[in-house]
Design a protein around this ligand. Structure first.
Ligand code: PRP
Length: 207
């Protein structure tokens, strides 16, 4: 049995469709159900639906053998897992954004609003810029609009949220896409199953 943690939501559904196409279909799967675990004894696969930010935790602790996590979370949380494949889905960018007329007043620490504390700290440490982190959990774009922060470090996908709130990108930090990760012990003990899974996914992603 291979246990797979999927991020709840649109990306998870796309990943499930991909896995199902390459032979990991689960007959019990039902998109509209509130169930969190779907098992297919025959196919030897089990799916868990978890919050996107929690997938790495389930995989790191071995509750799931493999999972799908955004590069944003991998960079921010540095989970102790193997990163095995880029699924080429869920593409977006980690960016610094601010009000269009923002300029950096280097005489004081920069106020940075973000969900991604470690990404922001690492980025500004490299630049040697003092910052004050304002940790938020969502709607990060509000912070500079209300002058609570100078900039945000956040995900930009289509750019619509920034545009509609009169903000713009000042720097791109790194590109993001969904990655397949594996628990380190599972990778050893279920090596054949995991390598088969990666191979099937990689063939499909390349198409
Ligand atoms: C993410 C991100 C931006 C938005 C970017 O938020 O934090 O707000 O998507 O997408 P866009 O460039 O296509 O507009 P999410 O929808 O996850 O909600 P959140 O504000 O609760 O984090």
């Amino acid at each position: 049995m291979i246990n797979i943690a999927l991020p709840k939501g649109r990306l998870g559904e796309k990943v499930y469709a991909l896995l199902s196409d390459v032979g990991y279909k689960c007959d019990a799967y039902d998109e509209n159900s509130r169930k969190l675990i779907f098992r297919d004894e025959k196919g030897g696969v089990s799916y868990f639906w978890v919050k996107p930010a929690d997938v790495a935790v389930y995989v790191e602790r071995g509750a799931a053998d493999v999972g799908v996590v955004g590069k944003d979370i991998i960079e921010d949380c540095s989970p102790d897992v193997y990163e095995l494949a880029d699924l080429g889905m869920g593409k977006c960018k980690m960016c610094v954004a601010a009000k269009c007329d923002w300029y950096d007043d280097t005489s004081r620490p920069l106020r940075v609003a973000t969900k991604f504390i470690n990404v922001a700290k690492k980025y500004y440490a490299k630049l040697g810029r003092d910052i004050e982190i304002i940790k938020l959990n969502g709607s990060i774009e509000l912070a500079p609009i209300l002058d609570m922060s100078d900039v945000i470090v956040d995900i930009v996908e289509t750019g619509t949220t920034l545009r509609e709130n009169n903000l713009k990108v000042f720097a791109e930090i790194f590109p993001i896409s969904a990655r397949l990760v594996a628990n380190k012990a599972s990778y050893r003990f279920k090596n054949k199953e995991i390598l088969t899974l990666i191979q099937k996914i990689s063939e499909e992603v390349k198409k």
